[in-house]
Ligand binder design. Sequence first.
Ligand code: B12
Ligand code: SF4
Ligand code: SF4
Length: 337
Amino acid sequence: MSLEEKVKEFALDSGADFVGIAPRSRFEDTPGFSDPKALLPDFRSVVVFGIAMNRGALKAWFSKSNRRPLVLQDKLATEEIDLISMRLSRWLEKQGFPSLFIAQNGFYNALRGRPDFSHKHAAVAAGLGRLGLSSNFVHTGYGASVHITSVITEAELTPDPLVSDENNPCSGCRTCLQICPMQAMKSDQQMSFFMEGKEHVHQKLDGLRCAWGCAGLSGHEYKIGNRTVGTWAYNNIPLPEKRRDFYYKFLEADRFLRHPKELAEIIITGGTEYCGNCAKICQGSKEETVAMMKLHLNSGVIDIPEDASLLLNLTTANARLDKYHVPEEEIKALLQG
Ligand code: B12
Ligand code: SF4
Ligand code: SF4
């Protein structure tokens, strides 16, 4: 068995759902802040792998029957891929190749608001998929609803081919743009990057808008077409008008303006998830993405009981205020619009 076959077997046997290998040459156009050369100057390959989100948990999330299975999977899967990357890099070192594993998330360069390494670009370089309109990485089988991470290594491994335009898993369906409660992905502004001379284009993301929605400060109730829908957020706190006030206003809203029932839930559960919908909704095939979007369009807005008690019934908080059926023609019109 070749070294790359062993590496892939190691990742898959350890619990990854997919794995690919990128050569050094595909990182030539990486901007300085996320250049693997800065981390491991003599690296030769990057191994990228991931875990797909659980489909049943996604259905419960989007139909608003219960968010906890997906929140739990998110917590465990993110810990698991970090563990796999540590084990894989130690295994590679035992074969004689210095290797480095990078946290799957959370490490941002505080001054520039940027990461030390971009796993989504690495996943494209490893031939696992493409960046979609949302700017999330879209896997060829699982869509964007995946957790991904990377190991940088001095081992020379045979790379996987890049995904061609014909096999691009992003269908351009725009469901990710529609579902966003914050219009954080600018439908009229694009960004691009180059890999092996080819330009890759996606919508520009307004990271501050996303952070506000992702933290659940807004999104409780919003419109898709003329339908009222919501994320799992309790709040609809307006985004600060001046961008320079963002962090101050964020802290203020996070600490003092959240719904009191939500604070009770945060204390009991130790934190939870509210959005991430642009990645969660994208299933890898247009049909499955549309089916998931139907659940969201039909699920209304979460019920926040307004009784005087601060005691929170977590089951009630997860119930739907308003479950209605959106006619098929209306869904088609919404998804084509
Ligand atoms: C910072 C960050 C955020 C920030 C900002 C996002 C952003 N601007 O990219 C915030 C907090 C807003 C955020 C939000 C979300 N995030 Co986030 N986030 C990250 C993080 C730490 C880095 C993302 C990154 O590299 N951005 C690149 C930005 C900073 O640079 P840029 O200017 O866009 O880059 C341009 C050029 O500089 C160049 N470039 C940059 N790097 C490279 C590298 C190469 C090789 C090349 C050629 C070019 C190139 O190309 C870009 C132009 O297209 C990663 C974890 C990680 N370390 O990779 C997770 C990560 C991207 N997030 C993830 C997720 C899931 C989310 C959310 C859905 C939230 C959630 N709750 O789940 C949303 C999605 C928003 C969206 N539509 O993209 C996942 C993505 C999974 C996927 N399928 O892609 C990641 C990979 C975490 C993980 N391990 O699973 N995120
Ligand atoms: S939801 Fe549709 S448009 Fe958005 S990234 Fe996925 S396939 Fe592409
Ligand atoms: S995570 Fe939510 S708020 Fe952020 S861009 Fe995606 S859909 Fe919009």
